[in-house]
Design a protein around this ligand. Structure first.
Ligand code: 5HY
Length: 243
């Protein structure tokens, strides 16, 4: 199958990290590509960045459709633009947050999420409720690590995330931990070994879920919510983007 991963922020080093995490778990029959838009925020930290990432994200999904990709991963833990992307895509579209939550719920009774900044916590909590998994999440924690610090090898990001996992084990009685940022994709294996519990990276979870859905012959339903966009005029800088 042909799989496209879209990092909705514009930091190419993170896109490469996402690609590496995906290639590490992809089936040999899966050809994958990881891209990010040129236009938009360098990182997505909260609602404002999220809004400005959407045109770029959807532009990459449109290009993926023209290129014939069979499935998509939205590689931003907020699952940014997931529903809009499903309206455009023929094949399955899976967000890394949604994927990690579902996988964690299949191997642990109670999981905690460790994300970056506190402003992302309500967004993640909202998504857990939307997906029907809030009851399985003990707590969504912020490590106070800015997203782009994860791209700086000299930062103390890894230590702060590890410390927060220790607190989650102690205080939340969590049985698994979900890493709440695509930029943490390279940390899961080491943190799992260090802390002695499953630590899940949403990129890997999403890749395997899309492979499974495509393998089952499943595509995004076009009956109601994810029906294709209707034709209408789009004005201004988006004049060429309407259907
Ligand atoms: C992400 N932001 O996965 C989210 C995580 C966050 O640029 N990539 C981003 O902090 O909300």
């Amino acid at each position: 199958m042909r799989l496209l991963l879209v990092n909705p922020n514009t930091t190419s080093s993170m896109t490469r990290k996402i690609e590496a995490a995906a290639r590490a778990v992809a089936h040999e029959g899966t050809t994958l590509s990881a891209v990010n838009p040129v236009d938009g925020p360098a990182s997505i930290e909260g609602y404002f960045d999220e809004a400005y990432s959407l045109p770029g994200l959807l532009g990459e999904i449109r290009k993926g459709e023209e290129a014939g990709f069979q499935g998509y991963v939205i590689a931003c833990f907020d699952d940014t633009g997931l529903d809009a992307a499903r309206s455009l895509a023929t094949g399955p579209v899976v967000g890394i947050g949604e994927a990690a939550f579902h996988c964690a719920s299949l191997i642990a009774g109670r999981f905690s999420v460790i994300t970056t900044l506190s402003r992302s916590v309500p967004i993640i909590e909202h998504n857990l409720g939307k997906y029907g998994l809030a009851a399985r999440c003990a707590r969504v924690r912020a490590s106070d690590v800015p997203v782009l610090a994860l791209e700086d090898a000299t930062s103390n990001a890894r230590m702060r995330i590890s410390d927060e996992i220790e607190a989650a084990k102690r205080e939340d009685r969590c049985e698994a931990v979900v890493l709440g940022c695509a930029g943490m994709a390279d940390l899961a294996a080491d943190l799992s070994a260090r802390h002695g519990l499953p630590v899940l990276d949403g990129v890997a979870c999403a890749v395997k879920l899309v492979e499974t859905l495509v393998g089952l012959g499943l595509k995004t339903s076009k009956i109601e919510g994810y029906a294709p966009p209707l034709s209408k005029p789009y004005g201004g800088r988006f004049a060429a983007d309407g259907f």
